[in-house]
Design a protein around this ligand. Structure first.
Ligand SMILES: Nc1ncnc2c1ncn2[C@@H]1O[C@H](COP(=O)(O)OP(=O)(O)OP(=O)(O)O)[C@@H](O)[C@H]1O
Ligand SMILES: [Mg+2]
Length: 359
């Protein structure tokens, strides 16, 4: 059902993403695939449909979204995510993990435990084994890091080394999704000559919001599924209010079905969106508290478009003294890299029309 607010898992429930799915499938022949799109554009849905369709792949899916509000994450957290994912494997595959240092397989259920203490599991060892399991089974092993920009927060451990090792030597693929698009690049440091992944080519798939036509067709299809017909004028006004982000359109449809009322559905969607965007902005501010007021001022200013010089002027007027040019650029770049703002020419504006409503 199109208006189901959970990420979709089956192709029948996924509206108009055949191109993206086909590109992802082609990408699985490469070591690293980046799946990038702003929040609620449908990345997790694409990955889940792909996982359901590609039965000849052995999947490891790690959902890092829960670390969004953390200022840092440790190696232990990362291993616990791997442990959770490996325990969803069938028994006969789990058994093939025996003998890796730090891996314990216990009980009749072959439960996998990854130690993180003195005898900790090294990711390079784990990747080595995953690659040979794939070869032995004649199936590719694909590791998905959903919301991979959270890996930037790993403290005391550089995951780029085992990733580079796997890239160069193993038969594994990695999918990195990210809704904070610039932060994914910052994490991978592809252009930094000192980075282990320097210069490695990656296969990139973008997930864009729906166009006006797609959005209206999406809504029509969703309503048709449940035998409701809504006139085109109403559907046009949904797009005018909410834009083309699949997540908001889905939530609108979900509410319409509940209250059988367009205005109520719009109202609820806007309320929910504002709440969620604010929460996400608060998460962004963790660890950046000293610039909190400045970030709010910038978002308030840029909600209907702004230039670098506007930001400079406003901040200096608010604070009553000169603010360094480099600082202005850095603040704006952080907002762009976290995908709260996008830059078009020399204008900065919100990446999602509903971000505008939150500030
Ligand atoms: N192509 C699509 N067809 C139908 N529903 C979709 C589609 N894309 C996304 N959705 C719906 O939109 C919402 C957000 O999708 P999803 O969680 O897959 O996006 P995401 O990009 O992973 O978002 P987030 O950034 O919040 O993780 C879900 O309710 C999902 O069902
Ligand atoms: Mg997601």
């Amino acid at each position: 059902m199109l208006f189901d607010p959970k990420p979709k898992e089956r192709r029948e429930d996924l509206f108009d993403r055949d191109d993206e799915l086909n590109r992802l499938k082609a990408g699985l022949n490469y070591p690293v695939i980046l799946l990038l799109g702003i929040r609620r554009s449908g990345k997790s849905s694409l990955v889940k449909v792909l996982m359901n369709e590609m039965k000849d792949v052995i999947w490891i899916y790690l959902d890092l979204r829960k670390y969004e509000g953390y200022t840092y994450i440790t190696y232990k957290y990362l291993l616990s995510e791997f442990e959770r994912a490996l325990n969803t494997w069938p028994k006969f595959l789990r058994e093939l993990l025996r003998g890796i240092r730090g891996v314990v397989i216990s009980g009749s259920g072959f439960e996998v435990r990854l130690s993180w203490g003195r005898d900790r599991v090294e990711l390079a060892d784990l990747f080595d084994r995953l690659s040979s399991i794939g070869e032995r089974e004649g199936r590719r092993v694909v590791i998905v890091f959903d919301e991979s920009q959270e890996l930037r927060k790993l403290k005391g451990f550089n995951i780029l080394y085992p990733l580079a090792y796997a890239y160069d030597n193993l038969r594994l693929s990695f999918i990195f999704t990210g809704s904070q698009i610039g932060m994914v690049y910052r994490f991978l440091r592809l252009k930094d000559p000192n980075s282990p992944l320097f210069g490695r080519a990656m296969f990139e798939v973008r997930v864009n919001p729906f166009t006006r036509e797609q959005s209206i067709e999406f809504l029509k299809t969703g309503f048709r599924e449940v035998g409701i017909s809504v006139n085109d004028g109403v559907l046009e006004s949904v797009y005018d209010e909410l834009g083309g982000i699949p997540g908001w359109l889905t939530y609108y449809g979900f509410n319409y079905l509940q209250f059988n009322n367009h205005e109520e559905a719009i109202k609820r969607t806007l309320e929910y969106a504002v709440q969620l965007v604010r929460q996400e902005f608060e998460n962004f501010l963790r660890g950046r508290e000293e610039a909190r007021e400045r970030y709010y001022a910038i978002m308030g200013l840029c909600k209907s478009g702004c230039r670098w010089s506007d930001v400079k002027r406003i901040l200096e007027a608010r604070e009553g003294y000169r603010v360094d040019d480099k600082k202005i650029t850095e603040l704006l770049q952080n907002l762009v890299d976290a995908s709260f703002l996008i830059k078009e020419g020399d204008i900065y504006r919100p990446s999602d029309p509903l971000i505008t409503k939150a500030f």
